[in-house]
Design a protein around this ligand. Structure first.
Ligand code: ATP
Length: 310
């Protein structure tokens, strides 16, 4: 018997990770307004999932989102996933006819690059859906045009980022690290944090040097969480704390709870705590909740793989 039901439209589902900057070193602002960076990225096992579904020619782009903070995500061309589909379509000379659905598992506006992960996942999903067959190097070039954290979401695992953070060198990391994250509903604008950094350090910030992270890289290679906790570094933390002094208490609670290291994640307002084990991460998160030091808490492990088709 032949079924009269229409065949489902082809679709591709891709998962991409959020990230933490284990070290973020920021140099003095340059004439073009950008800051040179040296950063050590590690992907975390909080993921975005993007499903790209074929639609008829000429229908154009559409975007839907689900997840705990979906209401905070724009559904128009300002969404990085939308822009990724447009950039890829233009590159391969097709029109961006695709329905995108984002399932968000990375905190929104928490300095963990959830939007960048969506963009990376969309590039991979649309490349597969449209049969474009771009190489990883070509996808990475398009990713860098979308944002300086997008190439790392493609690559995943652990990498040193230089330039604006987009020039990546993969790095070795052994074993699994356990993290707890405290997020806040009220975001902290990345430009505002850099602005405060400039006010605090102006042009006197020392130039960035990858050698300053030698101890951290050694801790990663050894899979030594205690040494990693001691080597965590974020040059933006004083500026973020100046703008949001209440984050000090969140850091202090993690340290009092025995965290191996605690810091503001990227430009904040997320606070990250490195724990000894999954149970220890859960205990730190529970204390944050009990003491009302976070609007939401998240526990996960690192590293995690880059964007890949499911
Ligand atoms: P940043 O890269 O600026 O550090 P972030 O990691 O702190 O960003 P994201 O969740 O990636 O946080 O997004 C920050 C802001 O970008 C959001 O508040 C939202 O307005 C906008 N945005 C654009 N595209 C997306 C997306 N796909 N998901 C979430 N937010 C997005």
């Amino acid at each position: 018997m032949t079924s009269l039901a229409a065949a489902p439209s082809p679709s591709v589902r891709v998962r991409a990770p959020g990230k933490i900057n284990l070290s973020l070193r920021v140099g003095p602002v340059e004439e073009d307004g950008y800051h040179p960076l040296v950063t050590v990225f590690q992907a975390v096992a909080l993921h975005e999932e993007v499903t790209a579904t074929e639609v008829a020619d000429g229908v154009g782009l559409s975007l839907t989102v689900d997840g705990p903070q979906a209401d905070r995500v724009p559904l128009d061309a300002s969404n990085l996933a939308w822009r990724a589909a447009e950039v890829l379509a233009e590159h391969v000379g097709t029109s961006p006819d695709v329905a995108l659905h984002l399932s968000k598992g990375v905190p929104v506006a928490g300095g963990m690059a959830g939007g960048s992960a969506d963009a990376a996942a969309t590039l991979v999903a649309c490349d597969a859906l449209w049969g474009a067959g771009l190489s990883r190097a070509e996808l990475s070039g398009l990713a860098a045009r979308l944002g300086s954290d997008v190439p790392f979401a493609l690559l995943g695992h652990t990498a040193v980022g230089t330039g604006r953070g987009h020039l990546l060198t993969p790095a070795m990391s052994r074993g699994e690290f356990h993290w707890a994250f405290a997020t806040r509903d009220e975001g902290l604008s990345t430009p505002a944090v850099y602005g405060r950094f400039d006010e605090m350090y102006g042009t006197t910030a020392p130039p960035v040097d990858v050698a300053d992270d030698n101890g951290l890289m050694q801790a990663l290679r050894a899979g030594d969480p205690t040494a990693l906790g001691a080597a965590l570094h974020n040059d933006l933390e004083p500026a973020a704390l100046d703008l949001r002094p209440e984050l000090e208490r969140t850091l202090e609670i993690a340290r009092n709870g025995g965290a191996l290291g605690a810091m503001v994640s990227g430009s904040g307002p997320t606070v990250a705590a490195l724990a000894r084990s999954r149970q220890h991460a859960l205990a730190i998160a529970a204390t944050w909740t009990a003491e009302d030091a976070a609007d939401a808490v998240w526990c996960t492990t690192a590293p995690a793989a880059g964007a890949r088709v499911l």
